[in-house]
Design a protein around this ligand. Structure first.
Ligand code: FES
Length: 524
């Protein structure tokens, strides 16, 4: 074969070197192809369809003889190399982030008509899965527009450890470029929409790894003992230092390698230290971070659980992020009249109803929908208390609607995640000298947003001990904190004070963790 060939997709082309995986070639060209397992050939989500040309499968980086893909077949881009110029079609959620558009970006409807504003700032939350931003009028504090898109680093893996792994392989620059280009697109869109001469202030929140990569700093040290980040303190940049169209950029400070600025931002936003209560804060997203505030001792304990990315839809067969077409509620009845409910057919003599984000045809299921699905399956005895699927559904999974189902493996992934989170809650409470029952308020933040059904979350043991009744669901507090930082001059000092009262607890070193985890893995 020629030493390089061209891969054509969506009317564009990129070059691929001999023997190179097609995933690597597409990522280098700026295609944000979802690759939750980081190119290990496990998740099957980086699938392309061959329209023309010759493609051969790879095993352990080597071509497999006689393993050529047929035209019309789909294959994993991370496990294939192009032998000739090829034409492929990409999955729906892939986006070209080098293009001058925000094709995959949803914008909120705070203002339907963009226009001229005075001084503007932007708060940004760089989540491992999703990037969200809000542009704010700095004089009035009014939020003008919200942006949300999948993190374009997802081609390097779904979770923090995959991104760190990619950085260790020398891809820090590529990871930096991916997120930097995406943020610059958001800034340019804001400037254009609001006729701005510039964006004055930009406040950025995110976990410790995401902020390292945003600043172009190698996060490798976060991935191995003693897990020492290069920086945790707040950082200030001029926009030009990061090639971004904002005048001043502030990175919010974090607590540890795995309890980052996103948590500090949320804790400062709810002003956890000044509420005169014992409280719990749980951010349930790609990482499950937890903090417990013991008011009488003015002490904050924090930790991060190895929950995995299932609440963001990764590693779930029909999982997806909270995007248009994601099933986000499932119920035995149409619960609210203001929402359109779809009927899923009759299963176990019961009719199920579901809603989707943006009320469009279901494409997959997001974290909130998954919680409802597992709860419904438990109520219908489709799963037993160990999580085993009834024989009838074992081969093909439990169908939610056409093409969307929950498999035995999905249930197991969910069990691991929920056990990790609730074990973390229990151990942190115990370390603080509290029981979950004694917590005054449980603040639930993160990717599950406002759609989490607390009763279902309690039914399946994601949160228990009466926490559901004390829960305050507060959405993306990392983003809201970043926005607050733009207009509240005391916000950063609140962050510093929280950090000075905090202590990180390593759950892996806690002698009770394994036992607590096993206690919480079943459905009772
Ligand atoms: S199978 Fe290719 S990225 Fe997971």
């Amino acid at each position: 074969m020629a030493s390089s060939v061209f891969i054509t997709f969506n009317g564009q082309s990129c070059e691929s070197q001999q023997g190179e995986s097609m995933l690597d070639a597409l990522v280098r060209a700026g295609v944000a192809l979802s690759a939750p397992c980081g190119g290990r050939g496990i998740c099957g989500k980086c699938r392309l369809t061959l329209l023309k040309g010759k493609v051969r499968l790879l095993k352990n980086g080597a071509e497999v003889k006689h393993a050529e893909v047929k035209t019309g077949d789909s294959f994993c881009a991370c496990r294939a190399t192009a032998l000739s110029d090829v034409i492929v079609s990409l999955p729906d959620d892939a986006a070209d982030f080098s293009a001058s558009s925000l094709a995959d970006m949803q914008t909120g409807k705070e203002h339907l008509h963009a226009g001229k504003t005075g001084r503007a700032g932007i708060g940004i939350d760089i989540g491992t899965t999703t990037v969200q931003a809000q542009i704010v009028d700095l004089d009035t504090g009014e939020v003008l527009q919200t942006f949300s898109a999948l993190n374009s680093q997802r081609s390097f893996g779904a979770d923090v450890m995959s991104r760190i792994g990619a950085a260790r392989e020398g891809k820090t620059r590529e990871l930096f470029t991916a997120i930097n280009s995406q943020i610059e697109e958001i800034l340019r869109q804001c400037i254009s929409n609001w006729n701005l001469s510039c964006i004055e202030q930009c406040a950025v929140s995110g976990n410790t790894t995401m902020l390292h990569l945003f600043a172009g700093v190698d996060p490798s040290a976060i991935g191995e003992a003693p897990y020492t980040p290069v920086f945790l303190e707040e950082r200030h940049f001029e926009g030009r230092e990061l090639s971004l169209s904002a005048r001043h950029i502030t990175l919010l400070p974090g607590i540890s390698a795995f309890v980052g600025a996103d948590i500090v931002s949320g804790l400062a936003l709810i002003d956890i230290m000044n509420r005169n209560e014992d409280s719990l804060f749980a951010d349930i997203g790609t990482n499950g971070e937890i903090a417990v505030w013991k008011n009488s001792e003015k002490r904050l304990l924090c930790s991060s659980t190895a929950a995995g990315p299932c609440f963001e839809g990764a590693e779930i067969t029909c999982g997806m992020g909270a995007e248009a077409g994601a099933i986000n509620r499932i119920s035995f009845k149409k619960e609210t009249q203001s929402t359109d409910w779809f009927q899923s057919g009759t299963l176990c003599n019961t009719t199920l109803f579901y809603t989707t984000l943006d009320n469009v045809k279901a494409r997959g299921i997001c974290g909130a929908g998954l919680i409802d699905a597992i709860s419904v399956m438990k109520k219908l005895d489709v799963i037993d208390e160990t999580g085993a699927l009834a024989d009838k559904y074992a081969p093909d999974g439990f169908p939610i609607t056409e093409g969307i189902f929950i498999t035995q493996r999905d249930v197991r992934q969910f069990q691991l995640a929920k056990a990790a989170i609730f074990s973390g809650i229990k151990i942190l409470c115990k370390t603080a000298g509290l029981e979950p029952e004694n917590v005054d308020t449980a603040y639930i933040a993160g990717g599950l947003g406002f759609f989490i059904n607390l009763e279902n979350a309690e039914n399946i043991g994601l949160i228990s001990g009466g926490l559901a009744k004390k829960a305050a669901v507060c959405g993306n507090t990392s983003l809201k904190g970043a926005v607050k930082c733009l207009t509240d001059s005391s916000f950063l000092s609140r962050c510093r004070e929280i950090i000075s009262h905090s202590g990180a607890v390593d759950l892996a070193l806690n002698g009770d963790f394994s036992e607590t985890f096993m206690e919480n893995i079943c459905f009772f």
